[in-house]
Every structure is written in C-alpha cells, then in structure tokens.
Design a protein around this ligand. Structure first.
Ligand code: KG4
Ligand code: ZN
Length: 363
C-alpha cells in the first residue's frame, strides 16, 4: 500500500510518499519521496523555535512541499487520488500551532480524496525510523528482540525496552532538558548557531589537546551517570557550561581553543551518559539489539561510542543507527509508524483526528 505522510510537529514541514509492504515481522518500506522544508534560517536568529513563526511557515510551505513530494514520487494528481491508500499524520507530541497545520491539512486531504487516516505519534516515528532504514538498499540490519532503543531529540531523551515490535515499555527518560536541547542551549551560551548539536560536533572535531595549556584542567560533569536507574538530567551540564564561560571570561582566559574544548567535553559528557545508561539497560534486559533514533542520533561520536561499548560489553548484541536522513524530523518515518498502526487496525476517520501536543507513547 502507498501512504502519504505529513509531519509538522516542530520546525520542519515534511511530506513523504512511502510504499509499505509485509507484516509486522517482515516490514518493507520503499521511500518514493521524502521532502523536508527546513525553517532553520528563520528561527536561527532567535536561538530556538518560535511557535507562531513556525506555524506561519508550515501554512506557507505545506502545499509546495506536497507538490514536491508528488513530483519526487513521479505521480500525477490522478495517481495521487487513485493510488494513495492511507494518510498518516503526526498528531503529537509537538508545538500545538505547528501540529494543527499538518493535522488540518491531512484531514482536508482525507476528506476530499476519500482516504482513511491514521494518527501517528512523532516519537513512534523516530523509533521506527530504524525499521525504515533497515529496508533501504545497502543498509543491512537485522532487528532481533528483546531490543533496547535510545530516543534522543530536541524535545526528548528516553530509553525504551521492546519485547516485540509493538510491545514498547518506557524504562527511563530525562528529568529536565533533553540531550538535543542541552546541545542547543550550550551552543547559545557559546554563541554558536542553531540547531546546536551539529555546531557543537563540528567545533569538537576541531579540538586537539595540544591547543590547551597543560595547567588548564577543567572537566564538565557527567550528570546522573552513576544513578541506579535509567533516567537522565542535562540541565546541570548546561548550567556548568554557563558558569565556566562566565568565570573564564572574567579571568580573560576565554578564547577560540577553549571554546572548542568546551564543545568537545560537553559532547563527551552527553555521549558518555547516554551510552552508559543504554548499555546498562541492554545488559539488564539481555537485549539482542540496541538502536538509537532522533535528531541527536546523527551525532557521529554517539554512534561510535555506542558501537564500541556494545561490542565490549554485550558481544552477543548488535548496534544499529538509522540512515542519516531519517534521524532528524521527516515524514518518511511517520509513514513507517503509520503503517505499523494500520497493521494493528488503528485507522480512523478524519472527523476524529486531533492534535495532542503532550502525547506520550502509550496514550
Ligand atoms: O528529532 P529532531 O529533528 O527534532 C525533535 O523532535 O526535537 O531533533 C533535533 C535535535 C536538535 O536539538 C539538534 O541540535 C539535534 O537534534 N541534532 C544533533 C545533531 N543533529 C541534530 N545533536 C548532536 N549531533 C548532531 N549531529
Ligand atoms: Zn523529532
């Protein structure tokens, strides 16, 4: 079946057309198109997403994005009307002004094209982006249960345990800031661009220990790394960076090399905590597969650390990360989660579809 999926939960307007085949044990996804219109340039000057601006941009971009998705999939209007079987839309979690644009656009399409709809949880979209990646050419990975997945994005940092593809248990999450949010806030303190994650990764990759005076010995905290649970906390790390920068500026020690070091150590701190807790859960549940997803899963250091620690600590398990273009927000992942909902019989009528900004995975 062909699914037309719509994602507008934050600052990316995305529409995808995905051919979905198979059952829950053998999912096959062919992405015919996955168009993403980013609003980074608009929000950059504010150092974060401004909800009302995001909503305006979604409203402006959604039709051109549909048009691009149709063209990329090489489908005529008649084919869209005839061949699309289901419309999937993100209903939450996210910013209500943003969500409403996608939800109402999807409802209108469903009404006029007379197609059933499926509501999709954005977090399930991230989670299943690994299955979407698994069906891509040259991207071989085999998912075996039990499975542990770390979902790391701008709004969430959560650890899930999956007994099978639809039995999802939340085992731990951040008590304050999400890991992506921590990168974004640290980047703002350091006067780097938005979104902060890629900027911090870039600065960190340029750091060499020879850049620092040997007397400079500062190490950022690794919050909650030894707590006896699967939870996280990143607000303190951001505050530690804020105080450190203020102190270094007063001492006239703050310079470009120290800034690169702060990025390097902040990235190490976030990746170490994320890796430590993920491996701890994977060991406790005897996981056969470890996955990551969400915007922060694009981070190469996090991928490397998780891969190395999985090989060292759980040699019987395998670690996989999604394709790079399925890490940050995109509608193809919403189609994959929508198909899984469809296989579970969760289609609905456009009249019942509504945005739920605080949606959780079991709601
Ligand atoms: O999943 P996503 O696109 O949106 C949400 O659902 O939040 O994630 C966006 C987050 C931002 O906080 C951004 O800084 C972070 O993902 N991010 C990264 C990288 N690319 C994006 N963090 C670290 N390293 C990256 N390469
Ligand atoms: Zn997301």
């Amino acid at each position: 079946m062909k699914i037309l999926a719509i994602e507008t939960s934050c600052d990316d307007t995305s529409i995808a057309i995905v051919d979905c085949q198979g059952d829950l044990n053998n999912l096959q996804f062919t992405v015919l198109s996955n168009v993403i219109s980013s609003q980074i340039k608009i929000h950059q000057k504010f150092g974060g997403v401004v909800p009302n601006l995001a909503s305006r941009e979604h409203a402006k971009n959604i039709l051109p994005v549909l048009e691009s998705a149709r063209r990329q999939a090489k489908m005529s209007y008649q084919q869209i009307a005839r061949e699309i079987d289901l419309i999937a839309v993100t209903i939450g979690p996210g910013l209500i002004p943003s969500l409403l644009i996608g939800v109402n656009f999807a409802r209108s399409l469903s009404y006029f094209l007379n197609k059933p709809m499926v509501e999709v949880n954005h977090l399930a979209g991230h989670l299943y982006s690994c299955w979407l990646s698994a069906s891509q050419k040259n991207y071989h990975f085999k998912v075996e249960f039990p499975l542990v997945t770390l979902l790391v994005s701008g709004g969430h940092t959560q650890l899930y345990y999956l007994k099978n593809i639809t039995d999802i248990q939340l085992m731990g999450e951040t008590r304050d800031d999400a890991s992506g949010e921590c990168f974004d806030k640290i980047a703002k303190i350091l006067n780097l661009g938005y979104p902060g994650g890629p900027e911090i990764a870039k600065q960190a990759s340029q750091f060499k220990s020879s850049m620092l005076n040997s007397k400079f010995q500062v190490r950022l905290p690794r919050p909650m790394i030894n707590s006896n649970d699967y939870d996280f906390s990143f607000a303190g790390l951001k505050t530690a960076v804020l105080y450190l920068v203020e102190k270094l500026k007063k001492q006239k020690l703050y310079n470009a090399s120290i800034k690169k070091y702060i990025c390097f150590d902040a990235q190490e701190a976030v990746c170490e905590v994320l890796t430590y807790k993920t491996i701890k859960l994977a060991k406790d549940v005897k996981a056969k597969t470890i996955l990551i997803s969400g915007g922060v899963s694009a981070n190469q250091r996090l991928r490397q650390m998780l891969k190395e620690k999985t090989e060292q600590k759980l040699p019987q398990a395998a670690f996989y990360a999604p394709e790079m273009n399925f890490c940050t927000d995109n509608a193809a992942m919403i189609a994959s989660a929508g198909y899984i909902n469809f296989l579970e019989g969760k289609t609905t009528n456009w009249k019942k579809v509504d945005a739920k900004p605080n949606l959780r995975i079991h709601d």
